[in-house]
Design a protein around this ligand. Sequence first.
Ligand SMILES: Nc1ncnc2c1ncn2[C@@H]1O[C@H](COP(=O)(O)OP(=O)(O)OP(=O)(O)O)[C@@H](O)[C@H]1O
Ligand SMILES: [Mg+2]
Length: 431
Amino acid sequence: MIKQAQQVALTAKDQTPAMPVESIGPDEHIAPAPRISIQAFCETVETAAAVQSAGEDRRLTKTHVKIQMGGATAAAEAYRGSPTPNVILIESDNRAQDILAGLDQLAEVCDSGTRVIVVGRINDVTLYRELTRRGVSDYLIAPVGTLDIVRSICGLFSAVDAKPVGRIIAVVGAKGGVGSSTVAHNVAWAIARDLSLDSVVTDLDLAFGTAGLDYNQDPPQSIADAVFSPDRVDTAFIDRLLSKCADHLSLLAAPATLDRVYDFSAEAFDSILDSLRTTIPVVVLDVPHQWAGWTKRLLVSADDILIVAGPDLANLRNAKNLVDFLRTARPNDHRPFYCLNQVGVPKRPEITPADFAKALEDDPLAIIPFEPQMFGTAANNGQMIAEVSANHKSAEMFRVLAQILTGRAEVKRSRGGLLSPLLSKFMKRQG
Ligand SMILES: Nc1ncnc2c1ncn2[C@@H]1O[C@H](COP(=O)(O)OP(=O)(O)OP(=O)(O)O)[C@@H](O)[C@H]1O
Ligand SMILES: [Mg+2]
């Protein structure tokens, strides 16, 4: 433990007296923890419950979490004859002196690489200083919520000299053909061009993906090279598979060939995404409209999700099912976003945005009109909407979606119109 004095982040001031609000803010990004072992020695059932549910959070799925009761004494006892894990969390209900004595006892049996997080009830600067001196990595004031634990553990592995970790944004259609790829590609383009964030579009529709066509690229390599050679995957290998589409924007293309079939295991894309997120700030996943182990896993583990729906009944039902499923699977994240696309097809009876908002208990982030001329021209020319017409209202919507999905609060480009009230409502809700 004891050599990481520089790591101490005293999060006491972030704590609220009641159980904290269990949802992360739009601009907060908690990077997932690597494959580490964590052992908690709690004194109260409330803290044990918070650690338990933190262990079930998507950001800790790779970790092994074990929970015991008994605080520092039990920990010192447990490690007398066995190696310590990567992280030990100790809860102490005691006075400052007893907390420090417990830690000193633990220090005698603690391996030097092990990080220690302490949960206590005392908010006192002398105690903080002493904890820092002993190399405690983080001190949390009880009561702690699930996200406090997640934040603290993940923070140990993304802080200081750790590599920047990218945000993964998954875009999926509520039905086939609703324009989810079009939205994904245009939003990624806006993230790169307007926000100047390095982004990679990952086309996961291996057989039929259109990202190459949409960005007018025909790269010789594709994501198939990585997913069929998992042993070769590392940052340098993935880097060679990317093709540059614009400033700040690269593409990990689909092969779009039928010489193989594309049945994947649930974890098939894990190493590719882990590798991308170590170097790329924003990874936009173009997730095909399928429900398989791997698509489900990609959606559950993404940092943000955008569901694209058309204005009909099947889309409404499917979007609702997706939102309900993902809210249950991601209880500590804000709900998936959705937008409506291809709205206003002449003579077509449509379900209104208000009905969607009622059924999904949330407003769409954007209502993108059906514009066959504009979208058809862009698709056939291998261009983005903003390249065909920078001031088109759909281009403006993609810019606003880019801002929301990257957690940017500034919406200065928005010039009123349809999105502004929704956006301000969104910002209020999140704030
Ligand atoms: N708002 C729009 N107005 C008119 N056409 C659109 C609009 N959005 C998308 N399109 C067109 O709809 C077609 C389908 O789009 P796209 O391939 O993005 O859908 P998808 O949901 O990804 O489909 P798939 O299920 O095949 O992956 C494309 O020809 C695209 O240009
Ligand atoms: Mg698609």
